[in-house]
Design a protein around this ligand. Structure first.
Ligand code: GTP
Ligand code: MG
Length: 205
């Protein structure tokens, strides 16, 4: 399985398109895996790390970098798509912009037939926030299964990391569509990346 995953992610992967609204989504030709999470949590960085490409998805220190749904084709022939999403809960975004992103993200997550699995990214320094629970509840209701992925694990001490993993696993149990295993990652050190690749390949089947 590791080999299958590594081969897939080191093969052809290409940016397909950016969708600023639901009317711009690509044809639902293959299954999709979406990266969701609060602004600045590290969605675009993790997508780059997962695919071994440094600048496939645009990253930034400033929250609100990713403003549209960005689709990436994986495999040749096409196997599935990765979707980098705008972050939610970005307090400094103008209200109408924040609302637009929220509708875009929510409508996509709730209504996309080919969405096979979501990855809900959570900053390991902060743990699950109210807004994460809201999004997870929405995914539960839409029966979209998801993995909770802790990010930026390089930023905190191992003991704190174990605490947040435990807490996140406990809170995750309240969500029927959440996978019981918490995947801890760092786009900086590569921690958990192979595990995450396997989770994606397992989801695609
Ligand atoms: P939005 O698109 O604005 O919602 O942000 P995002 O979730 O896509 O975050 P992005 O990948 O742009 O990363 C935000 C910042 O965190 C950047 O400065 C990254 O370099 C940094 N970052 C992301 N992942 C990691 C990580 O694993 N470790 C460390 N130390 N920094 C990280
Ligand atoms: Mg981004």
């Amino acid at each position: 399985m590791d080999d299958v995953a590594r081969k897939l992610f080191s093969g052809p992967i290409a940016f397909l398109k950016s969708a600023p609204g639901l009317q711009f989504l690509p044809d639902p030709a293959v299954e999709e895996i979406a990266f969701a999470g609060r602004s600045n949590v590290g969605k675009s960085s993790l997508l780059n790390k997962l695919t071994n490409r440094r600048d496939l998805a645009r990253t930034s220190n400033t929250p609100g970098r990713t403003q549209e749904l960005n689709f990436f084709d994986v495999g040749e022939p096409l196997r599935f798509r990765l979707v980098d999403m705008p972050g939610y809960g970005f307090a400094k975004a103008p209200k109408d912009v924040a609302r637009k992103w929220r509708y875009l993200v929510n409508d996509y997550l709730r209504g996309r037939q080919v969405l096979k699995r979501a990855l809900v990214l959570v900053d390991s320094r902060h743990g699950l926030k109210e807004i994460d629970h809201e999004v997870m509840k929405m995914l539960d209701d839409a029966a979209v299964s998801y993995h909770i992925v802790l990010t930026k694990a390089d930023k905190i001490k191992t003991s704190e990391l174990r605490d947040v993993e435990q807490r996140t696993a406990d809170e995750g149990k309240k969500h029927p569509a959440a996978h019981p295993e918490i995947i801890t990652t760092s786009s900086e050190t590569g921690l958990g990346i192979d595990r995450l690749r396997r989770a994606v390949v397992e989801a695609i089947g």
